[in-house]
Design a protein around this ligand. Structure first.
Ligand SMILES: [Ca+2]
Ligand SMILES: [Ca+2]
Ligand SMILES: [Ca+2]
Ligand SMILES: [Ca+2]
Length: 397
């Protein structure tokens, strides 16, 4: 849970099952607990690297969905290669599962670097408490949510606080928000650096212990991963209500900025897709449904034009569309933006196919690709569509 303005039992903070937050999971690593979030491929989760400090890289992931509580062992854990446990920089880790429950939501990344000034939703399994008294260790961890607004990039606060503070956030990589109670005396980033914003009223909250690795969502996409909190004072400004580091009013928190790390996240996921095609002739346009669980079908997107700048990132938007196959019962709908990073000429888009034992006809669905940005995708190419057929393997009706 996060710390909140009113009591944590208030209905506005409940992130129960079926409300769109079932992608947010509790993570156990070496006896420590944090939070994580399931990504768009339905197999990888994003969390904080510091959950694994000193405890090795095994993890268990607990999903709470309409299908109940499911605990799954991670098959692979990858810390960001530049993770720095001393400075708290690049505090990100990816966790892979064989598969996640179909009932869990999958989240896209927030990809634009315009987060400052935007409201976001925090979700996590950490300690609960109110802003007035701070977090206290809870009983059974509950998934809770609250809102806040990204006020600043971390290096902007560092520039104001000066070199006397032994804290060097990597430029562009972290976002800050403070825990407001509506009073300017408790407006931490207003007091410390003049970013005045008095909060979101009863919706306002902050991350607390156990929320590490949880998402900050802008418009339902992962914009930040909870990293740390701080009780800061500077000169005559002491915004923290109680001067303890306890996620109270007047403190601030930092999130690892997902838009800054999207290349590492996307390319790490792509490197682990099982049996993904790398050439057009390997693309399978039909696949056998299977009787249970989830399997992937892949769409291969290739760029055959020329970049005007070799460092240019190209992108297209994509969305699945029902034919005779229906999203939610035959496959899981996906939509999002696919980036091709420098030196990349192609990438795959995975779609999860749901197995069952029902005798039914072969069924089809589509992937529409549109809105190409950057490079020269070719004059007149504004929309491409590809089809997949799910072959029934349960006997003709
Ligand atoms: Ca705030
Ligand atoms: Ca504020
Ligand atoms: Ca405090
Ligand atoms: Ca089947």
């Amino acid at each position: 849970m996060v710390t909140t303005t009113a009591a944590s039992t208030d209905s506005r903070y409940q992130a129960g099952t079926g409300l769109g937050y079932d992608a947010v999971v509790r993570i156990s690593a070496g006896g420590y607990y944090g939070t994580g979030v399931l990504l768009y491929d339905g197999r990888a989760l994003l969390t904080a690297a510091h959950l694994f400090d000193g405890v090795g890289t095994s993890a268990q992931v607990s999903f709470e969905t309409r299908s109940g509580l499911q605990k799954l062992d991670a098959t692979r854990v990858l810390l960001h290669p530049q993770y720095d446990s001393v400075d708290g920089n690049h505090d990100l880790a990816l966790i892979w599962l064989n598969r996640a429950p179909a009932a869990a939501d999958r989240y896209n990344l927030y990809r634009d670097a315009d987060e400052v000034g935007k409201d976001m939703v925090l979700v996590g399994y950490g300690a609960s408490g109110t802003g007035a008294v701070g977090a206290s260790s809870s009983g059974t961890p509950t998934r809770l949510m609250a809102s806040n607004r990204f006020d600043a990039e971390a290096e902007d606060l560092k520039a104001v606080l000066g070199t006397g503070m032994a804290w060097t956030p990597a430029t562009g990589s972290q976002l800050l928000a403070d825990f407001d109670n509506g009073q300017s005396a408790r407006d931490a980033l207003g007091q410390l650096m003049g970013r005045t914003h008095l909060g979101l009223g009863l919706s306002e909250g902050l991350i607390a212990q156990g929320d590490s690795g949880g998402p900050a969502l802008i418009a339902g996409q992962i914009a930040g991963i909870a990293s740390y909190t701080a009780s800061l004072s500077s000169g005559s400004s002491s915004p923290d209500v109680d001067s303890f580091s306890n996620s109270s009013f007047g403190e601030l928190a930092a999130w690892q900025r997902v838009s800054f790390y999207q290349q590492w996240i996307d390319q790490s996921l792509r490197s682990q897709y099982p049996n993904a095609p790398s050439r057009p002739e390997q693309v399978e346009k039909s696949l056998v449904e299977g009787d249970s669980g989830i399997s992937y079908t892949y769409f291969l997107l290739q760029f055959t034009g020329v970049r005007s700048d070799p460092d240019q990132i190209l992108s297209v938007d994509y969305t699945t569309r029902d034919g005779s196959a229906q999203a939610g019962s035959d496959y899981l709908a996906v939509s999002g933006r696919l980036n091709l990073y420098p030196n990349e000429q192609q990438a795959v888009i995975p779609v999860e196919i749901l197995g069952d034992s029902l005798a039914e006809a072969d069924e089809t669905f589509y992937l529409d690709v549109f809105n190409p940005v950057g490079g020269s995708f070719g004059a007149g190419v504004i929309k491409l569509t590809a089809m997949r057929t799910i072959l029934d393997d349960d006997g003709w009706i």
